[in-house]
Write a new protein. Structure first.
Length: 365
C-alpha cells in the first residue's frame, strides 16, 4: 500500500516558510495522490490545490492565538490522525521536535524541514544533547543552506540534505509591476526597505538606530514592513526620536515586490537566518543588498560579498557607515546586484521542488 503524505505546519503566516509551503504543496499535488495538511489557519485553504485535504480545528478562535497554543492544538490533531491511520509519511515544517517525537511514538516515518539554524544551542551542553537526540530520530532532515548543513554536522553531528528555497523569478517580476502609489518613496532621497517579521531575530531596531544616526547627514527614507510582537516597540522608538519623516512602519504587505521595486536598497538586519527569501526576491529585482553576516544564509546568497554588502551584527554605526557609502556609490554597487541576479539559477523553483519530490517518493512507496 502506498503511503499518504501528511504535511504538518501549525501556523501559516506570510513569511518565507509559508511561501515555500504553498509552492511545495501545490507542486507535490501533481504527483502525490493523497496529501493532507494539519494547520490552525484553515482560511488559507484557498491557496492550496483543491485535491489537498485540510485538518484544522472546527473553531476559528485559535487562528490569532500564540504560536505555542497553535502547536499544542495541531499536535493533538496529529495524534488523533495517526491514532486512526498510520499509513502516512509526515513532512514537518514547524514544531519539529514535537512532530518527530509523536511520529516515532506511532512508528510513522517523518522528514523534518528545518528553516533556521539553532543559534546558541551548540554552546549549551544539555540543549546540544537534546537537539541531537531528537533530530536524529527523524528519517531525513532537510535544511535550506549548505552553511546550515555544515553547522548541523559540526556542532551536532547530524547529517542533513540541503535543498534551497525555490524562487520563481517570473512571479516576483510580475507582481513587482503591479501599479503602486506610494508617496513616501516619491522623491530623490535614498530609498531603503526591510521586509520581515517584527521579532528579536529580525532585529529591525538596529536599522532604526542607524537611521537616527544618519537622519541629519544624508537625505534618506526607510520603509520597514512586516508584523509581529515588536511592532509597538519599533513604533514607539520612531515617535520618541522624531523619525516619522524618515521612517515608515507598515504592517504585513501581501505583495512586497512592488515596494521593493521602488526602493534603492534592501536591508536584512537579522541575528540568525536559514535562507532569507527576501534577499532572493531582492536579487530578482536587481536591488542593492545590505545584510548582516549572520551564521547561515546571507553569505551563501550574496556569494561572500560578491553580490552584496555586509555590515557587522548588532553594530548600528557600521550599518550607518555602509548606508552612507551606498548613498555616494550607488552606480558601483549596482554591479554587485547584477552578479546576484545572474547567479539565481541555483535557487530555481522547478529544480529545487523536484529535489523534494525525489526524496519523498522513496518513502511514499
Amino acid at each position: 500500500m502506498k503511503k499518504k503524505l501528511l504535511i504538518f505546519i501549525p501556523h501559516i503566516g506570510g513569511g518565507g516558510v509559508e511561501k515555500n509551503f504553498f509552492l511545495l504543496s501545490n507542486y507535490l499535488s501533481k504527483n502525490v495522490k493523497s496529501i493532507t495538511v494539519i494547520t490552525v489557519n484553515k482560511e488559507f485553504k484557498k491557496n492550496l490545490d483543491k485535491k489537498i485535504n485540510l485538518i484544522s480545528p472546527k473553531s476559528n478562535k485559535w487562528k490569532n492565538s500564540g504560536i505555542y497554543i497553535k502547536y499544542i492544538i495541531c499536535i493533538s490533531l496529529l495524534i488523533k490522525t495517526l491514532f486512526l491511520d498510520r499509513q502516512y509519511l509526515i513532512l514537518s515544517f514547524q514544531a519539529n521536535w514535537y512532530s518527530i517525537l509523536f511520529s516515532k511514538l506511532f512508528n510513522v516515518k517523518i522528514i523534518s524541514r528545518s528553516n533556521t539554524a539553532p543559534e546558541g544551542w551548540s554552546n549549551n551542553r544539555f540543549k546540544k544533547i537534546l537537539y541531537r537526540f531528537i533530530l536524529n530520530l527523524a528519517d531525513e532532515i532537510i535544511v535550506n543552506s549548505y552553511e546550515f548543513k555544515k553547522s548541523l554536522k559540526k556542532n551536532f553531528n547530524i547529517d542533513s540534505i540541503c535543498i534551497y528555497n525555490p524562487i520563481d523569478k517570473k512571479v516576483v517580476l510580475k507582481k513587482s509591476n503591479i501599479n503602486l502609489k506610494f508617496k513616501f518613496f516619491n522623491n530623490k532621497k535614498l530609498k531603503l526597505i526591510s521586509v520581515g517579521r517584527f521579532t528579536d531575530q529580525k532585529n529591525q531596531m538596529l536599522i532604526l538606530e542607524a537611521i537616527r544616526y544618519l537622519k541629519n547627514k544624508i537625505p534618506i527614507k526607510m520603509l520597514i514592513a512586516g508584523k509581529g510582537s515588536e511592532f509597538s516597540k519599533l513604533n514607539y522608538f520612531i515617535n520618541e526620536n522624531k523619525l516619522n519623516e524618515n521612517v515608515k512602519l507598515l504592517k504585513f504587505l501581501p505583495n512586497p515586490y512592488n515596494y521593493i521595486k521602488k526602493a534603492d536598497v534592501v536591508i536584512l538586519s537579522s541575528n540568525y537566518e536559514g535562507l532569507p527569501n527576501v534577499l532572493l526576491e531582492a536579487q530578482c529585482l536587481k536591488k542593492i543588498i545590505l545584510s548582516t553576516k549572520c551564521p547561515t544564509g546571507p553569505k551563501e546568497i550574496l556569494m561572500n560579498g560578491r553580490a552584496g554588502t555586509f555590515f557587522k551584527m548588532n553594530d548600528y554605526k557600521d550599518l550607518a557607515k555602509k548606508i552612507y557609502y551606498i548613498n555616494k556609490n550607488k552606480t558601483v554597487l549596482k554591479k554587485k546586484s547584477l552578479i546576484g541576479y545572474n547567479n539565481l539559477n541555483r535557487f530555481d523553483q522547478e529544480v529545487n521542488l523536484n529535489k523534494y519530490y525525489s526524496i519523498l517518493k522513496k518513502y511514499l512507496i
